[in-house]
Design a binder for this molecule. Structure first.
Ligand code: BDR
Ligand code: CA
Length: 315
């Protein structure tokens, strides 16, 4: 029987409720070999997102993983945080253990470079926050691009934004970084709001997760209870909380759940009304070469089953 090697991956996140669940999903699966976890400033301030990653990994018993904190602010702008969505801590809701380990003494960018350089297999970069760290890594280490397999990111939208009418939060926070990433020539998978708003979780799904009743599933249920509140506002027209960031991991584990489109995506860095917009050339009108695979639709029930099955793996 042939066995494929686990996919080497670096998770660059800004936990964040959905980042936390994305990490929990990734850590549950033997198909993925997590080389490092790095944190970006985004949903909360950089000190908090780093501490949140350490606390989640402590809960998971993954204190063996190398973790590093990233840049303190976006490349060319002041930091905007999403405490209206994620609360004072960035992951309000569950009671989490204190971190029992520390970040390594490298910066996120240095740790990414070290892991990419050392990997015998090309590495998947998995940013689920603003793209500041990834853009700096790509800029500082051009010689390592050829050992990056792809960048599987949560960000952007082909339709409407969620932070402004035109822009999704992660891209809006650091459009200059996103511009560097989308122009890098490295294959990009963009999990934007088109697909993540379909990957919503119902109250009945949260009950199923709680009934698994292990410490990790209880934490996820508590995370979801808090995260769901913000998304109950009828203006979003959502039936449940959208699990943005875990879509990236679901794509890697089960790509057949998704419908995709290969096309050119540009980042608006100067628009008066459209800063941080991902301009998705759905109909190939620009003549620009394809630089991204954009996820458009997901089988929601299959996605939820994948998540629940993964949570059942914890004891
Ligand atoms: C993205 O912004 C953050 O609030 C979430 O963690 C997700 O990465 C959704 O727009
Ligand atoms: Ca995030």
């Amino acid at each position: 029987m042939s066995q494929t090697n686990p996919m080497p991956i670096i998770c660059d996140c800004d936990p964040g409720h959905d980042d936390a669940i994305s990490l929990i999903l990734a850590c549950s699966r033997p198909e993925l070999n997590i080389l490092a976890v790095t944190t970006s400033a985004g949903n909360q301030t950089p000190d908090k997102t780093l501490n949140n990653a350490l606390r989640i990994l402590t809960l998971l018993g993954r204190t063996d993983l190398d973790v590093a904190g990233g840049t303190l602010k976006p490349l060319a702008r002041d930091l905007i945080i999403a405490d209206n969505v994620h609360g004072e801590s960035g992951i309000d809701g569950p009671t989490l253990p204190k971190a029992t380990f520390s970040a390594v003494s490298l910066s996120a960018i240095e740790l990414i470079a070290q892991k990419v350089r050392q990997s015998p297999q090309p590495v998947i970069l998995n940013p689920t926050g603003p793209l500041t760290n990834i853009a700096l890594f790509l800029t500082c280490y051009p010689e390592l691009h050829n050992n990056v397999d792809s960048i599987v990111l949560m960000g952007g939208a082909a339709s409407a934004g969620n932070w402004t009418a035109a822009a999704e939060f992660n891209i809006f926070v650091d459009p200059e970084a996103a511009d560097i990433v989308f122009k890098s020539g490295i294959p990009i998978v963009m999990c934007g709001l088109d697909v993540t708003h379909q990957a919503y979780i119902l109250e009945s799904d949260i009950q199923r997760i709680r009934s698994i009743s292990n410490p990790v599933s209880n934490c996820v249920a508590d995370l979801l209870d808090f995260f769901a509140q913000y998304h109950k506002d009828p203006k979003w027209e959502l039936k449940g909380a959208p699990l943005h960031d875990p879509c990236t991991i679901a794509w890697l584990l089960q790509p057949d759940l998704f419908r995709t489109l290969d096309c050119w995506v540009g980042i608006e860095t100067k628009g008066e009304l459209t800063q941080g917009m991902t301009v998705v050339d759905r109909y190939h009108l620009s003549g620009n070469p394809t630089n991204a695979k954009v996820l458009l639709d997901v089988d929601r029930e299959g996605f939820v089953e994948l998540l629940i099955g993964s949570l059942e793996r914890y004891s």
